[in-house]
Design a binder for this molecule. Structure first.
Ligand code: MYR
Length: 131
């Protein structure tokens, strides 16, 4: 059900979240208009995601419950796992530079893909539309 091509439509509190992540103001301004697009292809427990934005394009492959490494668009490296709980994907990732945890979820809400992010007490959302 996550399958498809998703384009970010709007964000909530994302600027504050990035600030909490330690991203400088210039990068935050750019990141607010990153035109993030995710092409998600799920086959059983395995996901292939093509991420593209004004920053980069990236191919991501992971299997539910199996840890993997990922680098954020600003270069921050994390390692963690996605799991499926009911219809919600739940991700828990640990930053390699400071060992702090970033949690994230993906869920379909009214035909939109809602991704939530949480880091050190600050929550944000990005909402994607199918296209
Ligand atoms: C994926 O499934 O797309 C790859 C794994 C995602 C890991 C967590 C993503 C958090 C992204 C936060 C961006 C914040 C910029 C500071």
């Amino acid at each position: 059900a996550f399958n498809g091509s998703w384009k970010v439509d709007r964000s909530e509190n994302y600027e504050k979240f990035m600030e909490q992540m330690g991203i400088n103001v210039m990068k935050r301004k750019l990141a607010e208009h990153d035109n993030l697009k995710l092409v998600i292809e799920q086959t059983g427990d395995t996901f292939h995601i093509k991420e593209s934005s004004t920053f980069r394009t990236k191919d991501i492959n992971f299997t539910l419950g199996v840890p993997f490494d990922y680098s954020l668009a600003d270069g921050t490296e994390v390692s963690g796992t996605w799991e499926l709980e009911g219809d919600t994907l739940k991700g828990k990732f640990t930053r390699k530079d400071n060992n702090k945890v970033l949690t994230t979820t993906r869920a379909l809400v009214g035909g939109e893909l809602v991704q939530s992010y949480s880091y050190e007490g600050v929550d944000a959302k990005r909402i994607f539309k199918k296209h």
